[in-house]
Ligand binder design. Structure first.
Ligand SMILES: Cc1cc2nc3c(=O)[nH]c(=O)nc-3n(C[C@H](O)[C@H](O)[C@H](O)COP(=O)(O)OP(=O)(O)OC[C@H]3O[C@@H](n4cnc5c(N)ncnc54)[C@H](O)[C@@H]3O)c2cc1C
Length: 499
């Protein structure tokens, strides 16, 4: 039986990101993916929000995505666009890039890090004991792993086999989604009628002056709200044609579909993200309507929260209870995503009263303070892990400042490329007492003369020192007194090494 420290079920965006994080930390990890190749039929997610671009930047790979996508103001709430160009981040925008490209680029990175991805094979079950998990595969083999992570999507077999509850709300809307060709030039853009919102757009597009520009011909992306919820079975070209005629009065000569699927606004979240040696991340842990474009982003950020913690537990440098902070931190983040997507689905209903409500919300969001708050939320820049009372930076993302150091100017995010924690001493140069953690935590004397500004919160007092976790969140803020530093180091990076 082949052994790995960690086996990941599912090589979608979440599984790939987690594989990269674990490999960076020196963990022996393998991915098992049901698909025969990384190719993804259809488009699914349309891009990345600012915080996801930041976490990729923390690993030095954001440029790979930026080079292939379209930078644009993509954050929005119930179709009200929220501009973040004035936000204090190096990436005050989102990125239009289809999920198949996101996965291809992530898989390239994971490949460079030497992670084996076993395609064309499924996890069909597992049993766990005190020391590990036996993972059964569809080709008759089994793998032995210290931990198994279910990144296997909304219908997660791992979640079901672990008997983890998935409570939530049934679907209230259902939509057909497809990529097709059309003999006639369709009416592009969004259309609303009594049955809901529908959209036709070209899969290939450019953004010019903030507006989407399409070329003639080419593959058309179709999204049609269905008449009712609860259809079973795979949707067909006939279903698409029928719905197109009902909504647009014509089928535009639809032909040659390359992908036809269905999504709903079913909203559910795993009651526990961990059961013993089995963990869940991404859609396996939370599903919701695609409105607002949060799913892939939340999954990638789950992976970045989990990776360094799991690596330390695997290496034995931190106790297993560190893994409980994964649920404690990420469950509330996705719970909020579920609430805001449900709110958006409600606001996008098409009756006159909802229309009036949407106009009121839109007016509110045009005011600066609400815009900033909602934009920070939708772009993931306001995530705040509850690490207790203290400086506003505590539990929030560390800004990517240009630090002045003895070796010249250094970006904070460059310090995180290796996925290791960093203690920044921003006061008088000198040791801050990290010596017993020197094998794990990099300590740097630096100076930052500028203002400290956080999205939506504005300017915050300059700290004298910050302890930054590998996921880019601030674990401790201090002064020269170093109160609480040893505790924070022990909590997040394990007990001190004895001299
Ligand atoms: C129409 C639509 C639009 C969307 N738009 C956006 C958007 O703009 N922004 C955004 O952030 N999100 C968006 N999403 C959501 C996004 O697509 C998902 O949240 C994202 O794909 C989740 O990634 P994941 O890796 O967790 O799961 P998945 O992408 O579902 O990946 C799971 C992987 O596991 C594999 N697998 C499943 N079972 C097994 C098994 N037993 N063994 C081995 N492998 C297995 C699957 O083949 C798959 O590759 C959209 C979704 C839809 C449907």
């Amino acid at each position: 039986m082949t052994e790995h420290e960690v086996v990941i079920a599912g090589g979608g965006p979440t599984g790939l990101m987690l594989a990269g994080e674990l490999a960076l930390a020196g963990v022996d990890v393998a991915v098992v993916e049901r698909r025969a190749t990384q190719d993804l039929p259809g488009s699914r997610a349309g891009g990345l929000h600012a915080r996801t671009i930041e976490v990729l930047d923390q690993r030095g790979i954001a440029d790979r995505f930026l080079a292939e996508g379209q930078v644009a103001q993509v954050a929005g709430f119930a179709s009200v666009r929220l501009d973040i160009s004035d936000f204090p981040t190096r990436h005050p925008y989102g990125l239009g890039l289809w999920q198949n490209h996101i996965e291809r680029i992530l898989a390239g990175w994971v490949g460079e890090l030497g992670v084996p991805i076993q395609y064309d094979v499924e996890v069909i079950g597992f049993t766990q004991d005190e020391t590990g998990v036996d993972v059964a595969l569809s080709d008759g083999r089994s793998l032995r792993a210290g931990f198994l992570v279910g990144c296997d999507g909304g219908r997660s077999l791992i979640r079901k086999a672990a008997a983890i509850e998935f409570p939530g709300w049934e679907a209230t809307t259902s939509s057909l989604i497809a990529q097709v060709e059309m003999a006639d030039e369709p009416e592009l853009g969004i259309r609303r009628d009594a049955s809901g919102t529908h959209a036709l757009g070209k899969v290939e597009y450019e953004i010019r002056d903030g507006e989407v520009a399409y070329q003639k011909g080419g593959v058309v992306g179709v999204m049609l709200t269905e008449k009712s919820v609860g259809a079973t079975g795979e949707p067909t070209l006939g279903d698409l044609r029928e719905r197109l005629i009902a909504v647009y009065g014509t089928d535009y000569g639809i032909h040659s579909p390359t992908w036809i699927s269905r999504f709903t606004d079913a909203t559910r979240q795993a009651a526990a993200y961990r059961k013993g040696r089995v963990l869940l991340a991404g859609d396996a842990a939370h599903i919701h309507s695609p409105v607002g474009g949060q799913g892939l982003n939340t999954g990638v950020q789950d992976a970045v929260n989990l990776g360094w913690k799991l690596a330390q537990v695997v290496h034995g440098s931190a106790p297993e209870r560190l893994l409980d902070s994964y649920h404690a931190e990420r469950h509330p983040v996705a719970a909020r995503v579920l609430r805001t997507t449900m709110a958006q689905v409600a606001l996008m209903r098409v009756d006159d009263r909802t229309e009036a409500l949407r106009e009121s919300v839109s007016e509110l969001l045009s005011m600066d303070e609400p815009r900033k708050r909602f934009a920070a939320m939708m772009s993931g820049l306001d995530i705040h892990y509850d690490l207790g009372e203290g400086h506003p930076l505590l539990g929030r993302r560390m800004p990517d400042l240009d630090l002045v150091t003895a070796d010249g100017t250094l970006r904070v995010f460059n310090l995180l490329h290796g996925g290791r924690p960093v203690l920044l001493n921003l006061a008088e140069p000198g040791p801050l007492g990290t010596t017993p953690w020197a094998d794990r935590v990099r300590a740097i004397d630096a100076n930052y003369p500028g203002a400290w500004e956080l999205p939506a919160l504005g300017t915050v007092p300059a700290p004298a020192a910050v302890l930054i976790r590998p996921d880019g969140y601030v674990a401790w803020v201090g002064d020269r007194a170093q109160l609480g530093l040893a505790d924070a180091l022990t909590t997040w990076f394990g007990p001190p090494t004895k001299a």
